[in-house]
Design a protein around this ligand. Structure first.
Ligand code: MCN
Ligand code: CUN
Length: 777
C-alpha cells in the first residue's frame, strides 16, 4: 500500500504553488518600516594604496545619511573578518585595495537611488601598485608580496598533499605507458537568478539583531556572527527566506552583509543591501582556477597503475574558500575517480593573487568537479596514446561491484557502486558501436565527429564528524518533527533549500516513514529562531545528512507511537508490526491503528505514565560520505570552417541510490548538465595584466540559453547507499561534476587525427579553429 507522496513518487513541488504565482518571499521582498538602503563604492584598481577617501560631497547628496569607511569599522574591530579557511579578509580596506571591484566604502541613504548617487560622489585617491594576476608569477622570488600583514612574507599560502609520493613516482617510472597533461580549469562564477543581499535590523531596544540574508547556511552564519562581533547568540536571528539559486555562491560571508549590520547599528534603522549583477559577477566568490598537471601510468594492455597530480590553486587575495577545515583543497583527493590505482599522489599549493577571494563555489561538492574533470580527461588521453577505445579502457579498469566498500588509493571508502552497469547502459542508449562506425566513415570523408565519455564518481554528504568540520563545527544535520493531534505534521530542518525542492522531498521521506500523506506535512527551513541547528545546504549534503535525520526522527516517533497503538488495540507493543504504513497486530491485518489515530491519542488517550505529545528531534552524524556516480556520453560534430562545436547527443546515466522524487532528480540533472555544458563551452572570467576583469557583465560572461543548450537524454541505475537510512545518495551537483569531461573528451576525440590532446575550457570556436588552422586541417 502506498501513501500519498511517499518515496519514489514524482509529486509536484509544494513550493511551486507560491513561486509560479510570483508569491515567493526573497530578501528583496522584505520591506520594513524606516528601512534604509546601502550601496557600495568599489575599486577600479586591482592593487592600489588608498591615499584618501573624501566623503564630504557624498554626505551632501540629498537622502544620504552616512558613509562608512574601513577606519570607521576599525574602531569596532570589524575592518577585517576571519575567513572559513583561517585566513583574514577585509570588510573595508584601510590602506590598500587588493582586487578590482573590492568594497572601498559604503553609503547609507533613504532610497536605493540616493545611495547610488552617494556612491558616485565619494572621491577616492588611489596610488596604483604592481598587480599580480598569474599565480605562477606570484610564486617567483621577485614577485611583490601581496599580504605583508601575514607572518610568512610570501604569496604561497599553503602546501597540501596526500598519498604516497615516492611509491607513485616509482610506479610511474616502471609503467609501460605514461601520459602527462597540463590542464587549466578557469575561474567561473555562479550566476543565480537572485544576486546576494540582506536586510539587517538591529533593534535598539531589545538589542536583537535580525538579518534576512541570502545564505545557504543560516546557523553557521549565526555562530560566526556571534563569535566575530561578540553578540550573544540568542540575540541573533538569521532568516534565509526564499532563495533564487545558491549553487555555492551563497555560502561565503561577503563584506556587504557585515557592513549592512554595522550600518543598522549606526543608524538605528533596518538597512537593506542588494548587489547588482555586475557586482555579483565581479566581486563574489569564484570557483575553480586550478592549474593542474596530471600524469597517469598503465601497462601496454591498458591496466592503470599510478596517478600523480600537481596543482597550483589561485585563491585571489585571501583564502576564503568554503571547505571543510581539514581540507584546504576540498575533496580534490577523490581524483582517483572510478579506478583502483595501486598508487596515487596529489599535491596542491595555494597562492595569493590580485583577484577576488573565494574558492569551490559553483556546484562542485568541494572541488570534486576539478577532480572528476582531471581524471576523466587524463584517462581519455591515455586511451588515445594506447590506441584503445576509451569505453574499453574504462570497463577494463573500473572498480568492480563486488569490491565495495572500496578503499581508494587516497584513503576514501566508497560505499557502493556499479560503474560497469552505468556505462553499459549509457552505451546502449546512445548506440555506441554504431556511432563509432559512423565516426570511422566520416573520418574517411574528412568530417569531424567525436564521442566522449565521463564515468565520474562523486563524494557528497559532509559529513562524518570525525573528519568533517567547518571552523570546528561538526558537519551533522538535523530534523525536528512534531505531529499535531489531528495527524498533521510540521518538520523543521537545519538545511536550506535554494531551489532544490526540500519542502517536497523531506515531506516525502516523512510520509513514507510515518504513513501520513505528504500533503499533510509542512516543512520549514532557514530561520535560526525556529529550526534545529544544522550546517546548511551545499555539497549535495542535504539528503545524505538532513534527509537521513528525517528518517531517524520519524523512527523515534514511531517507537513512541507503537506504545500508544498497543494501548489503543489492547495488546502488547511486541505484538505489533509496522506494515503498510500502520501498526498491525501480527497475523490479524484487520486490527490496526494508523499514525493519525495514534497522534490523536497522544493528546487525548495515553497509556498510563506516558508523556503526552508526539515529537522527536534527530541530529544525524553520518557514518560515511555517499558516493553517487554516473556515466555520460556525448557526441559532437565540429564545423572545420568555423570551429563551432555542436553537441549532437548527450546521454546521462546517473545513480544516486534510492530516489525520493524522480521528477526533482531529473530536474537537478537537467540543470546540472546545463551548468556543466556552460563551463565546458562558454563561461570564463579572466583578467588582463592590470587585473581588469574580463567577463564582468553578461555581455561577455556567456550563459547558455535554450538555444545553445543540448537536449539531455537521462536515465538511471539504482545502487543504494548501504549506510543511509533510506539508501539515498546526494545528486544536486553530479551532473555539473560529470558533464564537462564528456563534452571535452568528445571534442578531443574529434580532433585526435590531428594529434591534439587538450584544449582548455571553455572550448570556444576560436580555440578550435586556431588548432585546426595550425594543424593544417
Ligand atoms: N533528491 C532525491 N533523491 C535522491 C537525492 C536527492 O529526490 N536520492 C532530491 C532531494 O530531496 C533534493 C534534491 O534532489 O530535493 C537535491 O538533493 P541533494 O543532492 O541532497 O542536494 P542538496 O539538497 O543539498 O542541494 C545542494 C546542491 C548543491 S550543493 C548545489 S551547488 C546546487 C544543487 O543542489 N544548487 C542548486 N542544485 C540546485 N538546484 C537549484 N534549483 N538551485 C540551486 O541553487
Ligand atoms: Cu560547491 S557549490 Mo554547492 O556545494 O552549494
Amino acid at each position: 500500500m502506498t501513501v500519498q507522496g511517499g518515496i519514489g513518487q514524482s509529486i509536484k513541488r509544494k513550493e511551486d504553488a507560491r513561486f509560479i504565482r510570483g508569491k515567493g518571499t526573497y530578501v528583496d521582498d522584505v520591506k520594513l518600516p524606516g528601512m534604509l538602503y546601502l550601496d557600495i563604492v568599489r575599486s577600479p584598481y586591482a592593487h592600489a594604496y588608498i591615499r584618501n577617501i573624501n566623503i564630504e560631497k557624498a554626505l551632501k547628496v540629498p537622502g544620504v545619511l552616512a558613509v562608512i569607511r574601513g577606519k570607521d569599522l576599525e574602531a569596532a574591530n570589524l575592518a577585517w573578518m576571519p575567513t572559513l579557511m583561517s585566513d583574514r579578509q577585509m570588510v573595508l580596506p584601510i590602506e590598500r585595495v587588493m582586487y578590482q571591484a573590492q568594497e572601498v566604502a559604503a553609503v547609507v541613504a533613504d532610497s536605493r537611488y540616493a545611495a547610488a548617487d552617494g556612491v558616485a560622489a565619494v572621491e577616492v585617491d588611489y596610488e596604483p601598485l604592481p598587480v599580480v594576476v598569474d599565480p605562477r608569477k606570484a610564486l617567483e622570488p621577485d614577485a611583490p608580496i601581496l599580504r605583508p600583514d601575514r607572518e610568512k612574507k610570501t604569496n604561497h599560502i599553503w602546501h597540501w598533499e596526500v598519498g604516497d609520493r615516492k611509491g607513485t613516482e616509482e610506479l610511474l617510472r616502471k609503467s609501460e605507458v605514461v601520459v602527462k597533461e597540463n590542464i587549466y580549469i578557469p575561474r567561473i562564477l555562479v550566476s543565480s537568478i537572485e544576486t546576494c543581499g540582506c536586510v539587517a535590523d538591529l533593534d535598539p531596544v531589545s538589542g536583537k539583531l535580525t538579518v534576512w540574508m541570502t545564505t545557504q547556511a543560516p546557523h553557521a552564519i549565526r555562530t560566526v556572527f556571534a563569535l566575530v562581533a561578540g553578540l550573544p547568540e540568542h540575540k541573533i536571528r538569521i532568516i534565509s527566506p526564499d532563495i533564487g539559486g545558491g549553487f555555492g555562491g551563497k555560502v561565503p560571508v561577503y563584506p556587504g552583509y557585515v557592513i549592512a549590520v554595522v550600518a543598522s547599528l549606526k543608524t538605528g534603522h533596518p538597512v537593506k543591501w542588494i548587489e547588482d549583477r555586475s557586482e555579483n559577477l565581479q566581486a563574489d566568490s569564484f570557483a575553480r582556477d586550478y592549474h593542474i598537471t596530471a600524469e597517469i601510468g598503465a601497462t601496454k594492455d591498458g591496466k592503470l597503475t599510478a596517478l600523480l597530480v600537481k596543482t597550483i590553486a589561485d585563491h585571489g587575495y585571501t583564502d576564503a574558500a568554503a571547505n571543510p577545515s581539514k581540507f584546504p583543497a576540498g575533496l580534490f583527493h577523490i581524483i582517483t575517480g572510478s579506478y583502483p590505482f595501486a598508487k596515487a599522489f596529489v599535491e596542491v599549493d595555494g597562492v595569493y593573487t590580485n583577484k577576488p577571494p573565494g574558492g569551490i563555489a559553483y556546484r562542485c561538492s568541494f572541488r570534486v568537479t576539478e577532480a572528476a574533470y582531471t581524471i576523466e580527461r587524463i584517462v581519455d588521453i591515455l586511451a588515445q596514446k594506447l590506441g584503445m577505445d576509451p569505453a574499453e579502457l574504462r570497463l577494463r579498469n573500473f572498480i568492480r561491484p563486488e569490491e565495495f566498500p572500496f578503499k581508494s588509493a587516497l584513503g576514501w571508502t566508497y560505499d557502493s557502486g556499479n560503474y560497469h552497469g552505468a556505462l553499459r547502459k549509457a552505451m546502449d542508449m546512445i548506440g555506441y558501436d554504431e556511432l563509432r562506425k559512423e565516426q570511422e566513415e566520416k573520418r574517411k570523408r574528412g568530417e569531424l565527429m567525436g564521442i566522449g565519455i565521463s564515468s565520474f564518481t562523486e563524494i557528497v554528504g559532509a559529513g562524518p564528524s570525525h573528519t568533517f568540520d567547518i571552523l570546528g563545527l561538526k558537519m551533522f544535520d538535523s530534523c525536528e518533527l512534531r505531529i499535531h493531534p489531528t495527524g498533521k505534521v510540521i518538520a523543521r530542518f537545519g538545511t536550506k533549500s535554494q531551489g532544490q525542492g526540500h519542502e517536497t522531498t523531506y515531506a516525502q521521506i516523512l510520509a513514507e516513514e510515518l504513513g501520513i500523506p505528504a500533503d499533510d506535512i509542512a516543512v520549514e527551513e532557514g530561520d535560526t529562531d525556529t529550526a534545529p541547528y544544522g550546517l546548511g545546504t551545499y555539497a549535495s549534503r542535504s539528503t545524505p545528512t538532513a534527509g537521513a535525520a528525517a528518517s531517524m526522527a520519524a523512527r523515534k516517533v514511531r517507537d513512541k507511537a507503537r506504545g500508544i497503538a498497543a494501548h489503543l488495540l489492547e495488546v502488547s507493543p511486541d505484538d505489533l508490526e509496522w506494515k503498510d504504513h500502520k501498526f498491525q497486530v501480527k497475523g490479524v491485518p484487520g486490527k490496526a491503528k494508523t499514525m493519525q489515530e495514534v497522534a490523536f491519542a497522544a493528546y487525548t488517550n495515553l497509556p498510563p505514565g506516558m508523556e503526552p505529545g508526539l515529537e522527536a528531534v534527530s541530529y544525524y552524524d553520518p557514518p560515511n560520505m555517499t558516493y553517487p556516480f554516473g556515466s555520460y556520453i556525448c557526441a559532437v560534430d565540429i564545423d572545420k570552417e568555423t570551429g563551432v562545436v555542436k553537441v549532437r547527443r548527450f546521454v546521462a546515466v546517473d545513480d544516486c541510490g534510492t530516489i525520493i522524487n524522480p521528477m526533482i532528480v531529473e530536474g537537478q540533472i537537467h540543470g546540472g548538465l546545463t551548468m556543466g555544458f556552460a563551463a565546458a563551452m562558454l563561461e570564463e572570467i579572466s583578467y588582463d595584466e592590470n587585473g581588469n576583469a574580463w567577463g564582468g557583465t553578461f555581455m561577455d560572461y556567456l550563459l547558455p540559453t535554450a538555444v545553445e543548450t543540448p537536449k539531455w537524454e537521462t536515465a538511471k541505475t539504482t545502487t543504494p547507499s548501504p549506510h543511509h537510512p533510506i539508501g539515498a545518495k546526494g545528486v544536486g551537483e553530479s551532473a555539473t561534476v560529470g558533464a564537462p569531461a564528456a563534452i571535452v573528451n568528445a571534442v578531443m576525440d574529434a580532433l585526435s587525427p590531428y594529434g591534439v590532446t587538450n584544449i582548455d575550457i571553455p572550448i570556444t570556436p576560436w580555440k578550435v579553429w586556431k588548432v585546426l588552422h595550425e594543424k593544417g586541417a
